[in-house]
Design a protein around this ligand. Structure first.
Ligand code: MN3
Length: 217
């Protein structure tokens, strides 16, 4: 079955002023849509068409070499954005509840300590990529970043994350340029005000109970 662009579940202007409607519309209906279209095109004629996006991303090393790059870029893009829309969906909890709150405190000392570490990951990602909060195999929390549309679910190929992602921030310029131009720090700061912590909790449950990350449902 072909992969599909998920509905946002909320209006493009629902996140203003933190993220403007035009950015959301282009980001979802153009950028994310293109990842889905290109992923489907790459998979056409392969025997991977029955695989879920989660299976594709987690099993990247088993994808035939000829289409592995396309699945990595476009499949990663589809996975990451599907997770991202849920993480900024309006109406959820504005702060984490246990055990996410406890995991953050144990790893970073406080919410401010977490924000500092996450902001650093987002700011030191040169060029395009993502910043992540994830749960490691030993249950502790960590922060890292990946390039392009890679994500920690891809394992070692994505870098040194070594975690299952429960929160991610798109730091590609297409995610913020219309409103923030070169001011990535302001965009990152705004993101903290719109995180849907209910979604983070759900991704935490998924990570700890199934060893999977966002977009694996
Ligand atoms: Mn994006």
């Amino acid at each position: 079955m072909a992969h599909e662009l998920p509905d946002l579940g909320y209006a493009y202007d629902a996140l203003e002023p933190q993220i403007d409607a035009r950015t959301m519309e282009i980001h979802h209906s153009k950028h994310h849509n293109a990842y889905v279209t290109n992923l489907n095109a790459a998979l056409e004629g392969s025997d991977l068409s029955d695989k879920s996006i989660c299976e594709l991303v987690m099993g990247l090393s088993e994808v035939p070499e000829g289409i592995r790059g396309a699945v990595r870029n476009h499949g990663g893009g589809h996975f990451n954005h599907s997770m991202f829309w849920k993480l900024i969906a309006p109406g959820g909890a504005s702060e984490p509840s246990a055990p996410v709150a406890e995991g953050i405190k144990a790893a970073f000392g406080s919410m401010d300590g977490f924000k500092e570490a996450f902001t650093k990951a987002a700011m030191t990602r040169f060029g395009s990529g993502w910043a992540w909060l994830g749960v490691k195999d030993d249950g502790t929390f960590g922060v890292c970043s990946t390039a392009n549309q890679d994500n920690p679910m891809m394992g070692e190929i994505s870098g040194a994350c070594g975690c299952k992602p429960i929160l991610g921030l798109d730091v590609w310029e297409h995610a913020y340029y219309l409103n923030y131009q070169n001011r990535r720090p302001d965009y990152v700061a705004a993101f903290f005000n719109i995180i849907n912590w209910d979604a983070v909790n759900e991704f935490y449950e998924m990570a700890t109970s199934k060893g999977q990350g966002g977009s694996c449902d």
